[in-house]
Write a protein that binds this ligand. Structure first.
Ligand SMILES: [Mn+2]
Length: 300
């Protein structure tokens, strides 16, 4: 079933993150690249994440571009919205997305990849690892995604972190918000570096522990179902008991301060035509991470 997504309701220029003018979005003027990957081939419950990037970008045109917390306007770093990566098989998607990411990284860009299903994260992580040897991964997710293969497919969304683990030279992988997995995954999960949904105490002691597990350079793979399903119903497999907005912001702010975020992806937005708030949340999440990052690392 395809549903029309309402287009043309935001400010600024359509199809560009933040609706930015050429001055702040031409590739040559931009430190940051938004790379859309409208790919959904292996999701199992609710399909539609291929519409995620478009919905996030559309929602982003409604954001105020001034960030109160950091008293900053990160769009002035330049945010280029790239042509989407399009592919009809997992293998082609991984190959093309890897190539595009590596190309932007070689130009010194900060790359934000927008999914699409979670399987897409493998290619940008591989490209970042080559540029930043030993990078740590922060996985925010409801699911462990550690199945060796799912429905016979080793490139499934449910296997993405199993593939990432196999990358030679990868640093610590820290998972936050996990609250749904198979018994088999329970046996292979890295217990020390997994912060379950039910264990995120309100005092925020866990945040310090997460930060301590991470190395200096951090790549964030943010599966939106890591958020509580009340906040983020627009995802393929919504789960109760997840992160709330301010909890996530406290964590991201601390990581931006103590470490260096070198890249990120935001995946699994499955937009609903009747509830635009989750799309806006996803758009704002990207902007908050960029605002935190450049506040603490203005010359990065
Ligand atoms: Mn996931």
């Amino acid at each position: 079933m395809t549903q029309e997504f309402p287009i043309g309701q935001g400010h600024g220029i359509e199809g560009r993150y933040g609706g930015l003018t050429d001055e702040f979005s031409h590739l040559d003027n931009s430190k940051i690249v938004i790379l859309p990957v409208p790919f959904d081939l292996t999701t199992t419950y609710q399909h539609g994440t291929e519409k995620g990037p478009e919905a996030l970008i559309e929602a982003s045109r409604n954001m105020e571009l001034y960030d109160i917390e950091t008293n900053s306007t990160v769009y002035q770093m330049g945010i280029h919205t790239a042509q989407p990566v399009k592919a009809t098989s997992c293998e082609n998607m991984q190959r093309e997305l890897y190539r595009r990411t590596a190309e932007y990284l070689s130009q010194g860009k900060f790359v934000v990849t927008l999914g699409g299903e979670h399987s897409i994260s493998y290619a940008p992580i591989k490209a970042h690892l080559e540029k930043f040897p030993g990078i740590s991964i922060l996985q925010i997710d409801a699911h462990a995604d550690l199945q060796d293969a799912y429905e016979g497919n080793p490139w499934s969304h449910a296997s993405v972190m199993a593939r990432v683990r196999e990358l030679p030279g990868i640093g610590a992988i820290v998972a936050v918000g996990i609250r749904s997995m198979s018994e088999e995954e329970g046996q292979i999960v890295d217990k020390k570096r997994t912060f379950y949904g039910h264990s995120l105490d309100s005092a925020g002691k866990w945040i310090e522990e997460v930060v301590n597990h991470l190395g200096d350079n951090v790549y964030i793979t943010f599966d939106l179902d890591g958020f509580d399903s009340s906040l983020m119903p627009s995802t393929g497999t919504p789960e109760p008991g997840g992160l709330h907005w301010n909890q996530a912001m406290d964590l991201l702010k601390k990581i931006a301060e103590k470490k260096k975020i070198v890249g990120l992806d935001v995946v699994e937005l499955c937009p609903s035509p009747t509830n635009l708030a989750p799309d806006y949340l996803a758009a704002k999440l990207v902007y908050k991470i960029l605002s935190y990052h450049y506040f603490y690392h203005p010359t990065a």
